[in-house]
Design a binder for this molecule. Structure first.
Ligand SMILES: Cc1ncc(COP(=O)(O)O)c(C=O)c1O
Length: 405
């Protein structure tokens, strides 16, 4: 993989922050976007902007074709799903809210149990709690081991006749842990329990095959995959989607409306109320093209090289560093604290040196409580990060550590 060539495709990487070249290590929050994806957005606004699925005129048909092509592209990308099983949403958060609001009540009854894990993002906790205010079910939580991997013995032991649903992240946005979701799904299915996967952190790094995983639902966001913001996907098995009620009402999701009775559109449109972000959806296909052309395995190998190198050097050279999440095969995410330094101070000082990292609880407060901390500094790598940047980050962090320790 020619990283220098890749970098040329990302205009934002030539920015300077405090007169220093930007080193962007906040890829877990959102990744940057290559020129061809930006161009696709500009092209849509310049040449094909028209509302989709409605018009008989040329522009509308072209815009519709772009959206439906993108749906086909996504279906193919996640392992040959049917296009009916690919619902466009605003992001992972909306995808999980959709499942919780629409599928949740079909399976979670008063007294039922939902299994989550302690490493979930709030997006995979709060939608279920909102549902709990309507249905009194219980939430059971799988803990983690020392290295940040899930305790699968506890996972299996949580199942009983009340267990109705499992919802788990494929990869943790804090620890980087990649959960063995294939095995977890297999076990849940052996108990007759469906599984929702929050794939927000896996889809940018791993080859996703929803069919091989046999996931009941799989959610992810385009903006973490070199794509536009405001677009997400919910994959759902057709058999579930068919019996789920619509999540939102409005245009596009209906077949016939009268004041007495409304019938709903076929899949996937039943779940796509209102005008979608047709510009972003079309551009998402370009981001997928970019990822596949660059090579998902190649990107992952490159990120892992940076992860291993940086982790080793940080442990060797900053004795007071504590790294949270050391599970084998984790994603290229380093969550850490230095001595007694506050994560916010570390992040602020790194910013002054041109380095963008994330600080705080990373929308995973229950995990922070379990780790006994308030937050971490998080550095994460993507395809365009270089070994020189890793080197600069290590040196900058040593300077910051010397100031704050
Ligand atoms: C594991 C995980 N789940 C869900 C989300 C929410 O994604 P979005 O904000 O794109 O809806 C994130 C975002 O950081 C995440 O890391």
């Amino acid at each position: 993989m020619d990283v220098e060539k890749i970098r040329e495709e990302f205009p934002i990487l030539s920015r300077k922050i405090y007169k220093r070249p930007l080193i962007y290590l906040d890829n877990t929050a959102t990744s940057q976007t290559p020129r061809e994806v930006v161009d696709a957005i500009v092209d849509s606004y310049t040449h094909t902007k028209a509302n989709v699925h409605r018009g008989v005129h040329t522009l509308s048909m072209e815009a519709t074709e772009l959206v439906e092509n993108s749906r086909r592209r996504v279906a193919e990308f996640i392992g040959g799903a049917s296009e009916k099983e690919v619902i466009f949403t605003r992001g992972t958060t909306e995808s999980i809210n959709l499942v919780a609001a629409s599928f949740g009540p079909l399976v979670l009854k008063p007294g039922s149990e939902l299994i989550l894990t302690v490493m979930e993002h709030h997006a995979n906790i709060v939608p279920w709690q909102l549902l709990q205010s309507r249905i009194p079910f219980e939430i059971k939580v799988v803990p983690i081991r020392e290295d940040g991997s899930l305790d699968l013995d506890v996972y299996r032991s949580l199942f009983n006749e009340r267990t109705a649903l499992v919802s788990v992240c494929h990869a943790s946005n804090v620890l980087g842990t990649v959960n063995p979701v294939g095995d977890m799904i297999e076990f849940a299915h052996s108990q007759g329990v469906p599984v929702v996967i929050d794939g927000a952190q896996a889809a940018p790094h791993l080859r996703i095959d929803v069919k091989a995983l046999d996931a009941d639902f799989y959610a992810f966001s385009a903006h973490k995959m070199y794509g536009p913001s405001g677009i997400g996907v919910l994959y759902g098995k057709e058999e579930h989607l068919l019996r789920m009620p619509p999540y939102q009402g409005g245009g596009e999701m209906i077949e016939n409306v009268s004041f007495e009775h409304t019938t709903f559109a076929e899949l996937p449109f039943k779940f796509e109320a209102g005008t979608p972000d047709f510009v972003g959806i079309a551009a998402f296909a370009k981001a997928i093209d970019w990822m596949e052309r660059t090579g998902i395995a190649e990107i992952a190998a490159h990120e892992h090289e940076l992860l291993d190198y940086t982790t080793r050097r940080l442990i060797e050279e900053i004795p007071s560093i504590r790294i949270f999440g050391t599970a084998p095969g984790k994603c290229a995410i380093i969550s850490f604290l230095i001595g007694h330094a506050h994560h916010y101070d570390t992040g602020m000082l790194l910013d002054k040196l041109g380095i963008a990292v994330r600080t705080g609880h990373h929308c995973a407060q229950p995990l922070m409580h379990a780790l006994g901390i308030e937050g971490t500094v998080r550095a994460s790598f993507a395809a365009y990060n270089t070994k020189d940047e890793a080197e600069d980050f290590i040196l900058a962090l040593k300077r910051v550590a010397a100031m704050l320790e």
